[in-house]
Design a protein around this ligand. Structure first.
Ligand SMILES: [Zn+2]
Length: 400
């Protein structure tokens, strides 16, 4: 199994979803053609539309509307709907303020959508599961610890995140096979090596019960939180658990206002941050005391890459997302993104946080050209990329 594939999948999905949207909604001369609804009085829109020969309805707030009538709508569960003008049958809007569903309303929707699943609630998550209750609890506790670690990490660095606008959703399947069937349906792509993913469209994490992993000892599944912890702390589970954390980190970034879904956030930032958080310490009650630690797997890969790293590596990482989309180049792109985030967070923290605030203001469905990305980057970190690159590589040479 190529262990990079599943990890890169969220990025590729985001991009392909994004590209489709760009093609379908954005049309040619995009940016100026878009109007944004006023933030203050988001009304509730009801849109009936026809897709794939079926009538559908979406209810929620309009996030973006094109002049030709195409819309990006966010529904009450937090899912995004890109609806083309030609698909719309009828559209009503009222002046009631838009409100996301609460945990109980989400649970009702999930029960209807996933018959046979049960619901586990935590402070910030609604988890639908058809595996053991212990495993659902274990996931809830992992997510909440990550939530706390993530918010605290940024707060300590001068970036206070927003409270998520509604409960965050996770769907946990009992087996890999059931998960794969669902994932293939949703992603329209074969997903044999994926263990979990975050969808920008639905805003959900989908995964399966990892205690059934073939590489783990068969000592009974989901018998207690301690047992699950012990099992998933084994070295052979580390990368798999890391993937789930990686996906959950994306969800936190997009729900805490650090990034906006369908905005053009450079992948070296969104993936770099997810990679930065991915390894928890399951043995520790606090789980992420070690968040600032070196990611050994990524460092080793970066060191390997460094031996033949092209002179324009940093520029190519910053200006475009191509390296992350190319299966052959992606592992090194992820490692370099981790290393560069590590460098910036340790040596240029203030500039980096300022830059993240600039990115967090980016609006959905507006695409930056490579030159705009580079200009924005230079405004944050200085004109001389070569000098920055030298500092970066010198610093990474000292990281053990
Ligand atoms: Zn990712």
């Amino acid at each position: 199994m190529n262990r990079w594939c599943f990890r890169d999948f969220d990025a590729r999905t985001a991009i392909s979803g994004y590209t489709v949207l760009m093609k379908r909604i954005l049309l040619a001369a995009i940016a100026a053609a878009f109007t944004l609804p006023t933030q203050a009085g988001f009304a509730v829109d009801q849109i009936s539309f026809r897709r794939d020969g079926q009538s559908r309805q979406a209810v929620g707030k309009i996030v973006v509307e094109s002049q030709d009538g195409g819309v990006l709508l966010e529904d009450r569960a937090g899912a995004l709907w890109a609806i083309q003008p030609g698909e719309i049958i009828e559209r009503h809007s009222d002046d009631k303020p838009f409100k996301r569903w609460d945990a109980a309303e989400i649970a009702t929707q999930l029960n209807a959508e996933l018959p046979g699943f049960r619901i586990h609630n935590t402070s910030h998550y609604v988890i639908a599961y058809n595996t053991s209750q212990d495993y659902a609890r274990w996931c809830g506790s992992l997510f909440e610890r990550l939530f706390l670690a993530f918010s605290t990490f940024w707060k300590q660095r001068g970036l206070a995140l927003d409270e998520p606008p509604g409960p965050m959703l996770a769907v946990v399947f009992d087996t890999k096979q059931n998960f794969a069937r669902y994932a293939q349906d949703e992603l329209k792509e074969a997903t044999p090596s994926i263990v979990g993913y975050y969808s920008l469209r639905t805003n959900r994490i989908t995964m399966y019960d990892l205690t059934g992993l073939e590489s783990l000892p068969k000592t009974g599944r989901g018998t207690s939180a301690e047992h699950i912890n012990r099992l998933l702390s084994l070295p052979q589970a580390e990368r798999t658990v890391a993937t789930i954390i990686h996906e959950a980190t994306h969800q936190l970034a997009f729900n805490g206002g650090l990034q906006t879904r369908y905005a053009d956030i450079p992948l070296w930032v969104s993936e770099g941050i997810a990679v930065y958080f991915e390894a928890p310490d399951l043995q520790s009650r606090r789980g992420w005391r070690s968040v600032d630690n070196v990611n050994r797997v990524r460092l080793a890969d970066f060191q390997q890459y460094s031996a033949r790293r092209p002179a324009d590596s940093l520029e190519s990482l910053v200006a475009k997302d191509d390296r992350f989309r190319n299966t052959g180049a992606a592992p090194h792109a992820y490692s370099e993104a981790w290393a560069f985030n590590y460098f910036l967070l340790h040596k240029r923290q203030e500039d980096y946080v300022k830059y993240l605030k600039v990115l967090s203001a980016k609006l959905p469905l507006r695409n930056d050209e490579p030159q705009e990305r580079l200009d924005e980057f230079r405004r944050a970190f200085g004109e001389d990329l070569q000098k920055l690159d030298t500092e970066f590589m010198r610093y990474m040479g000292t990281v053990r």
